[in-house]
Write a protein that binds this ligand. Structure first.
Ligand SMILES: O=C(O)CCC(=O)C(=O)O
Ligand SMILES: [Fe+2]
Length: 422
Protein backbone atom coordinates (compact mmCIF):
# COMPACT_ATOMS: atom_id res chain seq x y z
CA UNK A 1 0.00 0.00 0.00
CA UNK A 2 1.39 3.30 -0.99
CA UNK A 3 -0.18 5.14 1.92
CA UNK A 4 1.36 2.72 4.45
CA UNK A 5 4.74 3.15 2.81
CA UNK A 6 4.28 6.88 3.00
CA UNK A 7 3.39 6.66 6.67
CA UNK A 8 6.47 4.61 7.41
CA UNK A 9 8.83 6.86 5.55
CA UNK A 10 7.33 10.06 6.77
CA UNK A 11 5.77 9.91 10.19
CA UNK A 12 5.18 13.57 10.57
CA UNK A 13 3.12 13.64 7.41
CA UNK A 14 1.16 10.58 8.50
CA UNK A 15 0.05 12.37 11.60
CA UNK A 16 -1.51 15.12 9.59
CA UNK A 17 -2.96 12.81 6.96
CA UNK A 18 -5.74 10.70 8.36
CA UNK A 19 -6.47 7.41 6.50
CA UNK A 20 -9.98 8.57 5.88
CA UNK A 21 -8.71 11.71 4.21
CA UNK A 22 -11.31 13.43 2.06
CA UNK A 23 -10.21 16.24 -0.17
CA UNK A 24 -12.38 19.28 0.19
CA UNK A 25 -13.50 21.25 -2.84
CA UNK A 26 -11.37 24.16 -1.67
CA UNK A 27 -8.23 22.00 -1.55
CA UNK A 28 -8.94 20.74 -5.04
CA UNK A 29 -9.37 24.19 -6.47
CA UNK A 30 -6.27 25.42 -4.71
CA UNK A 31 -4.22 22.50 -5.97
CA UNK A 32 -5.36 22.87 -9.56
CA UNK A 33 -5.09 26.62 -9.77
CA UNK A 34 -1.68 26.77 -8.19
CA UNK A 35 -0.27 24.11 -10.51
CA UNK A 36 -1.82 25.84 -13.52
CA UNK A 37 -0.45 29.21 -12.48
CA UNK A 38 2.93 27.66 -11.96
CA UNK A 39 2.77 26.26 -15.47
CA UNK A 40 1.59 29.50 -17.03
CA UNK A 41 4.32 31.37 -15.23
CA UNK A 42 7.06 29.01 -16.35
CA UNK A 43 5.60 28.94 -19.86
CA UNK A 44 5.66 32.73 -20.13
CA UNK A 45 9.15 32.95 -18.69
CA UNK A 46 10.52 30.28 -20.99
CA UNK A 47 8.72 30.96 -24.22
CA UNK A 48 10.62 34.06 -25.30
CA UNK A 49 14.06 32.45 -25.16
CA UNK A 50 12.99 29.04 -26.28
CA UNK A 51 10.94 30.38 -29.13
CA UNK A 52 13.68 32.65 -30.36
CA UNK A 53 16.07 29.74 -30.36
CA UNK A 54 13.66 27.56 -32.32
CA UNK A 55 12.64 30.08 -34.92
CA UNK A 56 15.85 32.03 -35.43
CA UNK A 57 16.96 31.57 -39.03
CA UNK A 58 20.43 30.15 -39.41
CA UNK A 59 22.95 32.54 -40.84
CA UNK A 60 24.69 30.80 -43.66
CA UNK A 61 28.32 31.51 -44.34
CA UNK A 62 28.58 29.01 -47.14
CA UNK A 63 27.35 31.46 -49.75
CA UNK A 64 30.13 34.00 -49.41
CA UNK A 65 31.78 32.94 -52.62
CA UNK A 66 28.53 33.22 -54.53
CA UNK A 67 28.57 36.16 -56.90
CA UNK A 68 25.35 35.40 -58.73
CA UNK A 69 22.89 34.11 -56.25
CA UNK A 70 19.34 33.21 -57.15
CA UNK A 71 17.75 33.70 -53.78
CA UNK A 72 15.05 36.34 -53.92
CA UNK A 73 14.54 38.60 -50.96
CA UNK A 74 11.04 38.19 -49.69
CA UNK A 75 8.50 40.90 -49.29
CA UNK A 76 7.42 41.50 -45.74
CA UNK A 77 3.69 41.30 -45.42
CA UNK A 78 2.00 41.25 -42.05
CA UNK A 79 -1.10 39.17 -41.46
CA UNK A 80 -2.04 41.36 -38.53
CA UNK A 81 -1.83 45.09 -38.07
CA UNK A 82 0.95 46.06 -35.76
CA UNK A 83 0.39 48.46 -32.94
CA UNK A 84 3.64 50.41 -32.68
CA UNK A 85 2.73 53.93 -31.69
CA UNK A 86 4.31 56.58 -33.85
CA UNK A 87 4.79 58.79 -30.79
CA UNK A 88 7.47 56.43 -29.49
CA UNK A 89 9.43 56.59 -32.74
CA UNK A 90 12.73 58.37 -33.06
CA UNK A 91 14.10 59.98 -36.21
CA UNK A 92 14.98 58.13 -39.39
CA UNK A 93 18.52 57.26 -40.43
CA UNK A 94 20.43 60.21 -41.94
CA UNK A 95 20.83 60.69 -45.68
CA UNK A 96 22.77 63.08 -47.86
CA UNK A 97 20.32 66.02 -47.70
CA UNK A 98 22.02 67.83 -50.56
CA UNK A 99 21.68 64.95 -53.01
CA UNK A 100 20.78 66.47 -56.41
CA UNK A 101 17.07 66.36 -57.22
CA UNK A 102 15.96 65.44 -53.68
CA UNK A 103 12.45 66.76 -53.00
CA UNK A 104 10.53 66.17 -49.79
CA UNK A 105 6.93 65.14 -50.36
CA UNK A 106 6.04 64.38 -46.75
CA UNK A 107 7.51 65.29 -43.37
CA UNK A 108 7.34 62.90 -40.41
CA UNK A 109 7.35 60.28 -41.74
CA UNK A 110 9.79 61.67 -44.29
CA UNK A 111 9.17 60.73 -47.90
CA UNK A 112 11.21 62.02 -50.82
CA UNK A 113 11.12 61.93 -54.58
CA UNK A 114 14.48 62.19 -56.33
CA UNK A 115 14.12 63.40 -59.90
CA UNK A 116 16.34 61.77 -62.50
CA UNK A 117 17.97 59.47 -59.94
CA UNK A 118 18.93 57.00 -62.69
CA UNK A 119 19.75 57.73 -66.31
CA UNK A 120 17.39 56.35 -68.98
CA UNK A 121 20.23 54.03 -70.11
CA UNK A 122 20.59 52.62 -66.58
CA UNK A 123 16.81 52.07 -66.40
CA UNK A 124 16.83 50.25 -69.74
CA UNK A 125 19.82 48.17 -68.67
CA UNK A 126 18.13 47.11 -65.42
CA UNK A 127 15.03 46.02 -67.33
CA UNK A 128 17.00 44.12 -69.95
CA UNK A 129 19.16 42.35 -67.35
CA UNK A 130 16.05 41.34 -65.42
CA UNK A 131 14.46 40.08 -68.64
CA UNK A 132 17.60 38.13 -69.52
CA UNK A 133 17.82 36.54 -66.09
CA UNK A 134 14.07 35.94 -66.05
CA UNK A 135 11.62 37.11 -63.43
CA UNK A 136 9.61 34.80 -61.21
CA UNK A 137 6.53 35.25 -59.06
CA UNK A 138 7.59 37.66 -56.33
CA UNK A 139 7.98 35.89 -53.00
CA UNK A 140 6.15 36.99 -49.91
CA UNK A 141 7.31 36.41 -46.36
CA UNK A 142 4.82 36.45 -43.52
CA UNK A 143 6.58 39.10 -41.48
CA UNK A 144 6.01 38.95 -37.76
CA UNK A 145 4.96 35.29 -37.75
CA UNK A 146 7.19 34.50 -34.78
CA UNK A 147 5.61 37.22 -32.67
CA UNK A 148 2.12 36.31 -33.86
CA UNK A 149 2.64 32.66 -32.85
CA UNK A 150 4.08 33.74 -29.50
CA UNK A 151 1.10 36.02 -28.86
CA UNK A 152 -1.41 33.32 -29.83
CA UNK A 153 0.34 30.65 -27.76
CA UNK A 154 0.49 33.02 -24.80
CA UNK A 155 -3.22 33.73 -25.14
CA UNK A 156 -4.06 30.05 -25.43
CA UNK A 157 -1.80 29.08 -22.52
CA UNK A 158 -3.30 31.56 -20.12
CA UNK A 159 -6.87 31.12 -21.36
CA UNK A 160 -8.45 28.02 -22.89
CA UNK A 161 -5.52 25.68 -22.23
CA UNK A 162 -5.47 26.49 -18.51
CA UNK A 163 -9.21 26.32 -18.09
CA UNK A 164 -9.39 23.12 -20.11
CA UNK A 165 -6.67 21.60 -17.93
CA UNK A 166 -8.44 22.66 -14.72
CA UNK A 167 -11.88 21.51 -15.80
CA UNK A 168 -10.52 18.21 -17.09
CA UNK A 169 -8.63 17.54 -13.85
CA UNK A 170 -11.67 18.50 -11.81
CA UNK A 171 -13.81 16.06 -13.76
CA UNK A 172 -11.23 13.28 -13.40
CA UNK A 173 -10.95 13.90 -9.66
CA UNK A 174 -14.62 13.22 -9.06
CA UNK A 175 -14.93 10.27 -6.72
CA UNK A 176 -11.20 10.03 -6.04
CA UNK A 177 -11.14 9.70 -2.26
CA UNK A 178 -7.67 8.16 -2.01
CA UNK A 179 -4.85 9.59 0.07
CA UNK A 180 -3.14 10.65 -3.16
CA UNK A 181 -6.10 12.58 -4.42
CA UNK A 182 -4.35 15.94 -4.28
CA UNK A 183 -1.28 14.61 -6.01
CA UNK A 184 -3.41 12.89 -8.64
CA UNK A 185 -5.29 16.06 -9.24
CA UNK A 186 -2.16 18.10 -9.73
CA UNK A 187 -0.69 15.47 -12.01
CA UNK A 188 -3.87 15.37 -14.08
CA UNK A 189 -3.88 19.14 -14.35
CA UNK A 190 -0.26 19.14 -15.49
CA UNK A 191 -0.83 16.35 -17.98
CA UNK A 192 -3.95 18.03 -19.36
CA UNK A 193 -2.11 21.30 -19.61
CA UNK A 194 0.75 19.80 -21.62
CA UNK A 195 -1.55 17.87 -23.93
CA UNK A 196 -3.78 20.89 -24.55
CA UNK A 197 -0.75 23.12 -25.10
CA UNK A 198 0.56 20.76 -27.77
CA UNK A 199 -2.88 20.66 -29.42
CA UNK A 200 -3.08 24.47 -29.32
CA UNK A 201 0.45 24.64 -30.82
CA UNK A 202 -0.55 22.39 -33.70
CA UNK A 203 -3.74 24.37 -34.38
CA UNK A 204 -1.85 27.68 -34.25
CA UNK A 205 0.87 26.36 -36.60
CA UNK A 206 -1.82 25.27 -39.09
CA UNK A 207 -3.57 28.63 -38.83
CA UNK A 208 -0.26 30.45 -39.38
CA UNK A 209 0.46 28.37 -42.48
CA UNK A 210 -2.97 29.20 -43.93
CA UNK A 211 -2.37 32.90 -43.29
CA UNK A 212 1.10 32.73 -44.85
CA UNK A 213 -0.27 31.04 -47.99
CA UNK A 214 -3.03 33.65 -48.22
CA UNK A 215 -0.51 36.48 -48.23
CA UNK A 216 1.00 35.29 -51.52
CA UNK A 217 -2.22 36.29 -53.25
CA UNK A 218 -1.63 39.87 -52.21
CA UNK A 219 1.45 40.18 -54.41
CA UNK A 220 1.10 39.15 -58.01
CA UNK A 221 4.14 40.75 -59.64
CA UNK A 222 7.26 38.90 -60.83
CA UNK A 223 10.80 39.84 -59.85
CA UNK A 224 14.47 38.95 -59.74
CA UNK A 225 17.57 40.10 -57.88
CA UNK A 226 20.58 41.53 -59.70
CA UNK A 227 23.95 41.28 -57.97
CA UNK A 228 26.31 41.53 -60.92
CA UNK A 229 27.79 45.02 -61.05
CA UNK A 230 30.07 44.34 -64.01
CA UNK A 231 29.40 46.07 -67.32
CA UNK A 232 29.13 42.81 -69.22
CA UNK A 233 25.77 41.10 -69.13
CA UNK A 234 23.53 44.01 -70.09
CA UNK A 235 22.97 46.03 -73.22
CA UNK A 236 26.64 47.14 -73.33
CA UNK A 237 26.19 50.76 -72.18
CA UNK A 238 27.55 50.22 -68.66
CA UNK A 239 25.82 48.54 -65.81
CA UNK A 240 22.51 49.92 -64.57
CA UNK A 241 22.99 47.78 -61.47
CA UNK A 242 26.28 49.53 -60.72
CA UNK A 243 24.76 52.97 -61.32
CA UNK A 244 21.86 52.13 -59.01
CA UNK A 245 24.10 50.80 -56.23
CA UNK A 246 26.68 53.62 -56.44
CA UNK A 247 24.10 56.40 -56.51
CA UNK A 248 22.30 54.80 -53.57
CA UNK A 249 25.63 54.72 -51.70
CA UNK A 250 26.01 58.47 -52.37
CA UNK A 251 22.49 59.10 -51.19
CA UNK A 252 22.84 57.23 -47.89
CA UNK A 253 26.43 58.29 -47.27
CA UNK A 254 28.91 56.42 -45.12
CA UNK A 255 27.45 54.65 -42.10
CA UNK A 256 27.89 56.50 -38.78
CA UNK A 257 30.42 55.31 -36.20
CA UNK A 258 32.61 53.39 -38.59
CA UNK A 259 34.77 50.60 -37.36
CA UNK A 260 37.39 51.84 -39.79
CA UNK A 261 39.51 48.69 -39.79
CA UNK A 262 36.67 46.84 -41.52
CA UNK A 263 36.58 48.20 -45.06
CA UNK A 264 33.43 46.25 -45.91
CA UNK A 265 31.40 47.63 -43.02
CA UNK A 266 32.53 51.16 -43.81
CA UNK A 267 30.82 50.95 -47.19
CA UNK A 268 27.12 51.88 -47.17
CA UNK A 269 26.64 49.16 -49.80
CA UNK A 270 27.27 46.42 -47.25
CA UNK A 271 23.96 47.42 -45.60
CA UNK A 272 22.01 47.03 -48.87
CA UNK A 273 20.11 44.05 -50.10
CA UNK A 274 21.05 43.32 -53.70
CA UNK A 275 18.84 45.34 -56.07
CA UNK A 276 15.53 43.69 -56.91
CA UNK A 277 13.80 44.41 -60.21
CA UNK A 278 10.04 44.00 -60.14
CA UNK A 279 7.70 43.75 -63.11
CA UNK A 280 3.94 44.34 -63.02
CA UNK A 281 1.85 43.33 -65.98
CA UNK A 282 -1.77 44.35 -66.43
CA UNK A 283 -3.79 43.82 -63.23
CA UNK A 284 -0.76 42.77 -61.18
CA UNK A 285 -0.45 44.57 -57.87
CA UNK A 286 1.05 44.63 -54.42
CA UNK A 287 -1.46 45.01 -51.58
CA UNK A 288 -0.87 47.48 -48.72
CA UNK A 289 2.09 46.32 -46.67
CA UNK A 290 5.09 47.40 -44.61
CA UNK A 291 8.68 46.98 -45.68
CA UNK A 292 9.79 46.67 -42.06
CA UNK A 293 9.19 43.65 -39.87
CA UNK A 294 8.11 43.90 -36.26
CA UNK A 295 10.00 40.63 -35.61
CA UNK A 296 13.06 41.65 -37.65
CA UNK A 297 15.58 40.73 -34.96
CA UNK A 298 14.54 37.09 -35.32
CA UNK A 299 13.12 36.73 -38.82
CA UNK A 300 15.55 39.04 -40.64
CA UNK A 301 18.59 38.14 -38.55
CA UNK A 302 20.38 36.65 -41.55
CA UNK A 303 19.70 39.63 -43.81
CA UNK A 304 20.94 42.54 -41.73
CA UNK A 305 18.02 42.94 -39.34
CA UNK A 306 15.37 45.62 -39.71
CA UNK A 307 14.76 47.43 -43.04
CA UNK A 308 15.51 51.07 -42.27
CA UNK A 309 14.97 52.56 -45.72
CA UNK A 310 13.35 51.72 -49.04
CA UNK A 311 14.58 53.22 -52.29
CA UNK A 312 12.38 52.51 -55.32
CA UNK A 313 13.23 53.64 -58.82
CA UNK A 314 10.65 53.68 -61.58
CA UNK A 315 12.29 52.19 -64.66
CA UNK A 316 9.62 53.24 -67.16
CA UNK A 317 6.91 55.87 -67.55
CA UNK A 318 3.55 54.41 -66.66
CA UNK A 319 0.54 56.12 -68.19
CA UNK A 320 -2.25 54.23 -66.49
CA UNK A 321 -2.30 52.42 -63.12
CA UNK A 322 0.72 51.17 -61.17
CA UNK A 323 0.96 54.14 -58.82
CA UNK A 324 2.57 53.85 -55.37
CA UNK A 325 0.06 54.78 -52.71
CA UNK A 326 0.56 55.58 -49.01
CA UNK A 327 -2.87 54.88 -47.58
CA UNK A 328 -2.17 56.46 -44.18
CA UNK A 329 -0.70 59.72 -45.48
CA UNK A 330 -2.46 62.70 -47.04
CA UNK A 331 -1.91 63.92 -50.58
CA UNK A 332 0.33 66.96 -51.06
CA UNK A 333 -1.60 70.13 -51.66
CA UNK A 334 -0.07 73.55 -52.20
CA UNK A 335 -0.41 74.38 -48.48
CA UNK A 336 0.80 71.15 -46.87
CA UNK A 337 4.46 71.38 -47.75
CA UNK A 338 6.70 74.33 -46.92
CA UNK A 339 10.00 72.63 -47.54
CA UNK A 340 10.17 73.05 -51.28
CA UNK A 341 10.02 76.08 -53.49
CA UNK A 342 6.88 76.64 -55.54
CA UNK A 343 8.17 75.11 -58.75
CA UNK A 344 9.22 71.90 -57.04
CA UNK A 345 5.93 71.80 -55.19
CA UNK A 346 3.94 72.21 -58.41
CA UNK A 347 6.04 69.44 -59.93
CA UNK A 348 5.26 67.07 -57.05
CA UNK A 349 1.56 67.90 -57.01
CA UNK A 350 1.43 67.04 -60.70
CA UNK A 351 2.90 63.62 -60.03
CA UNK A 352 0.08 62.53 -57.76
CA UNK A 353 -3.13 60.80 -58.72
CA UNK A 354 -5.72 63.56 -59.13
CA UNK A 355 -8.61 63.31 -56.71
CA UNK A 356 -6.98 60.81 -54.35
CA UNK A 357 -6.98 62.16 -50.76
CA UNK A 358 -3.88 60.03 -50.02
CA UNK A 359 -0.31 60.42 -51.22
CA UNK A 360 -0.33 58.42 -54.44
CA UNK A 361 2.69 58.76 -56.74
CA UNK A 362 2.61 58.30 -60.51
CA UNK A 363 5.74 56.46 -61.79
CA UNK A 364 8.14 58.52 -63.92
CA UNK A 365 11.11 56.89 -65.57
CA UNK A 366 14.38 57.39 -63.65
CA UNK A 367 12.74 59.00 -60.60
CA UNK A 368 13.26 57.48 -57.17
CA UNK A 369 10.94 57.29 -54.19
CA UNK A 370 12.64 57.19 -50.79
CA UNK A 371 11.06 56.41 -47.42
CA UNK A 372 11.84 54.92 -44.02
CA UNK A 373 9.83 51.89 -42.86
CA UNK A 374 11.47 52.05 -39.41
CA UNK A 375 13.24 54.64 -37.29
CA UNK A 376 17.01 54.66 -36.82
CA UNK A 377 16.70 52.20 -33.93
CA UNK A 378 14.75 49.77 -36.09
CA UNK A 379 11.35 50.54 -34.60
CA UNK A 380 8.58 49.78 -37.02
CA UNK A 381 6.74 52.81 -38.46
CA UNK A 382 3.24 51.78 -39.43
CA UNK A 383 2.52 55.15 -41.02
CA UNK A 384 4.65 54.10 -43.99
CA UNK A 385 2.19 51.43 -45.08
CA UNK A 386 2.08 51.52 -48.88
CA UNK A 387 0.95 49.60 -51.93
CA UNK A 388 1.67 49.11 -55.59
CA UNK A 389 -1.73 49.81 -57.16
CA UNK A 390 -2.91 47.46 -59.94
CA UNK A 391 -1.03 48.01 -63.17
CA UNK A 392 -2.91 48.89 -66.34
CA UNK A 393 0.15 49.55 -68.48
CA UNK A 394 3.27 47.51 -67.81
CA UNK A 395 5.40 48.80 -64.92
CA UNK A 396 9.04 48.10 -63.99
CA UNK A 397 10.74 49.19 -60.77
CA UNK A 398 14.09 48.54 -59.09
CA UNK A 399 14.36 48.48 -55.32
CA UNK A 400 17.12 48.64 -52.72
CA UNK A 401 16.43 47.99 -49.06
CA UNK A 402 18.92 49.40 -46.58
CA UNK A 403 19.15 47.40 -43.37
CA UNK A 404 20.42 47.99 -39.85
CA UNK A 405 23.49 45.81 -40.28
CA UNK A 406 25.64 44.11 -42.88
CA UNK A 407 23.49 42.13 -45.32
CA UNK A 408 25.54 39.04 -46.07
CA UNK A 409 25.26 37.15 -49.36
CA UNK A 410 23.14 35.67 -50.77
CA UNK A 411 20.83 38.53 -49.80
CA UNK A 412 23.46 41.26 -50.06
CA UNK A 413 26.43 41.79 -52.34
CA UNK A 414 29.59 39.78 -51.79
CA UNK A 415 32.70 41.27 -50.15
CA UNK A 416 34.59 40.83 -53.45
CA UNK A 417 31.93 42.73 -55.33
CA UNK A 418 31.87 45.57 -52.77
CA UNK A 419 35.69 45.84 -52.83
CA UNK A 420 35.83 45.83 -56.61
CA UNK A 421 33.05 48.30 -57.45
CA UNK A 422 32.06 50.29 -54.40
O1 LIG B 1 5.31 48.81 -56.82
C1 LIG B 1 5.33 49.75 -56.04
O2 LIG B 1 5.02 50.88 -56.39
C2 LIG B 1 5.70 49.50 -54.62
C3 LIG B 1 6.66 48.36 -54.45
C4 LIG B 1 6.92 48.04 -53.03
O3 LIG B 1 6.34 48.59 -52.16
C5 LIG B 1 7.92 47.02 -52.65
O4 LIG B 1 8.51 46.39 -53.53
O5 LIG B 1 8.13 46.83 -51.44
FE1 LIG C 1 7.06 47.96 -50.19
Amino acid sequence: MTSAATVRRCPSLSQRTSPAFTMTAATKILAITSSSFLLIFSFTALQADAFTAISSPKTSTSHHHNHHCHVKPALKLHATTTTTSSTTLSTRIPINESYPGLQKVHTNPDIYIISHFLSPTACNDLISRARLKGTQRSPVAYAGWTDDIKDLLGLAASGPVSWGAILGAWYEAQGDESANAVLNLVLHALRNYSVLLVVAGILIAGYTKVRADGLQELRTSTSTTLDDLSDSGGGGDGSGVKEFVLRSADLFGPPPSLSSDDDILSSPVSYFEAPTVINYEKDQALAPHYDANRSASVEDANRGGQTLSTLLVYLNDVERGGTTKFGKLPAITSSTNDDNNNNDEEDIIQRQVIGDPNLNIIPRKGDALLFFPADKYGRFDERTEHEGCPAVDEKWIARIWKHEGRVPPPFGLSDECIREYC
